[in-house]
Design a protein around this ligand. Structure first.
Ligand SMILES: [Zn+2]
Ligand SMILES: [Zn+2]
Length: 81
């Protein structure tokens, strides 16, 4: 069985032109594409706040942010009122 020519783990694949699957932009190096994915598409922070577009690594971080900044909730909320 021959490996897939576009297998990302294949080092020869990194020498080919890397194309962003999200916006179609092309990069000479896969590292450039990787950087583009992180900076332009937030690949390392997949959870985006719908209110202010801040990005977070985990869903918990996003939830805490929304609760604290946009819903003005406190972790220990008084039940009265
Ligand atoms: Zn892109
Ligand atoms: Zn926000």
């Amino acid at each position: 069985m021959a490996p897939s020519p576009t297998d990302p783990s294949d080092p020869t694949w990194a020498l080919a032109l890397s194309k962003c699957s999200l916006c179609g932009q092309e990069f000479e190096r896969s590292t450039e594409l990787k950087k583009h994915m992180v900076t332009d598409h937030g690949a390392s922070r997949p959870y985006m706040c719908v209110h202010c577009c801040n990005r977070y690594v985990t869903q918990n971080q996003l939830r805490d942010h929304v609760a604290a900044v946009h819903e003005k909730k406190r972790p220990f909320r008084c039940l009265i009122g």
